[in-house]
Design a protein around this ligand. Sequence first.
Ligand code: GKR
Ligand code: MG
Length: 435
Amino acid sequence: MKIVEMRVTPIAISDPPLLNAAGLHAPYALRTVVELVTSDGISGIGEVPGGVATTSALEAARDVIVGFDPYQMNAIRTALEQRFGGGDTSRGDSMGESRGDSPWDRRVFVHVASAVEVACFDLIGKATGRPVCDLLGGRVRDRVDFSAYLFYKYEGAGGELGLNTDPAAAGWAAARQKPALDPDGVVAQARAMCDEFGFRSIKLKGGAFPPDEEAAAMLALRDAFGPDVPLRLDPNALWTVDTAIAVGRRLHGTLEYLEDPVRGQENMAAVAKALDTPLATNMCTTSFDDIPGSVRHGSEQIILSDHHFWGGLRASLELGRICRVFGRGLSMHSNSHVGISLAAMAHLAAATPNLTYACDTHYPWQSEEVVAGGRRRFVAGAYEVTDEPGLGVELDREELARLHRRYLECGLTERNDEVEMQKVNPGWKFEPVRW
Ligand code: GKR
Ligand code: MG
């Protein structure tokens, strides 16, 4: 089997005006879809965070990838490292991108490696008739639990003008359009999302409002949902150590974990020592190079894996083993995405024994799809991993083409939540530590 073609398709999907520490989501989120085609006419797909840097790097990887046997993933990885001058590191990567202060990861190499590897797994699965989770060692669970992922938000469902509202919408569709700017709005959003998708744990994206307001929202969620629904809060490292300790104490007994309250491993360690609530991260321990520091400092109790950021599915399994060795829990991070990433996350989770927390997903916030059959379904809060070959999803080529045209027309070339926030709030500035 030989890869004879590599297609790289950047797309723009509608995304609501969600608030976070870095500002505001744009009306469209950017993703890039990679398709590898073999000499036998089989194709495999992968999806990664988009934008011009990642898309150009994937284009530049084409002549490295074409000609390879997709089973030779080690050789493919080495060839990519040689082409781009080295692999991922904690603060930057071979393509000069820095992990930076953003809540999302901007390293390009890990995204390229991930997109190609996922597409290779999908190809092999389709060629052999086996699901990707079998290629990762076999499933330890059939159903992968996901968590409700709440956001403070302005009015609107994303897309053109950011005010794509449908007055006839009901249930989650209506809630998805409503503003949520206070504890009542957050609880209403949680109810609608959990009713629609069956989620049984809840995460709130914080960092948008002063910590006391966000703590009040968590207490309101606890009152509304009771002690059996695990809760998480993630202010994306915007708090000082003192604030994090004070808020953590106020929320004592309320949270399953507190995610990235402060910036950097040493600050996280100081907060971890002061609180009983476990800390989780997708910001201070984000690559294998960060593991020694994590162990030295004791910066968190739980690491959020993400195959897009850790360089692929095999790397994420390795992370799982490292977490087990060093006594870290393992959860899973998400960014705005469509069904290819969702399927890859679910296959990875199905094959990772110690991934015992419900995974994050932004999926309810999106409304468009590039996979045939349309939007994927959650049953009682879980994604059911079937025995269908590969990732179990195929491209809807018409939708892919439509969303690609959108990418070309919308004018967005990279995610910049600060610029989006300035459009509605002139003069607003991102501050790495705000409260
Ligand atoms: O989508 O606004 C967002 C999130 O803030 C995202 O960018 C983060 O990467 O979900 C993420 C997180 O857990 O930090
Ligand atoms: Mg996070």
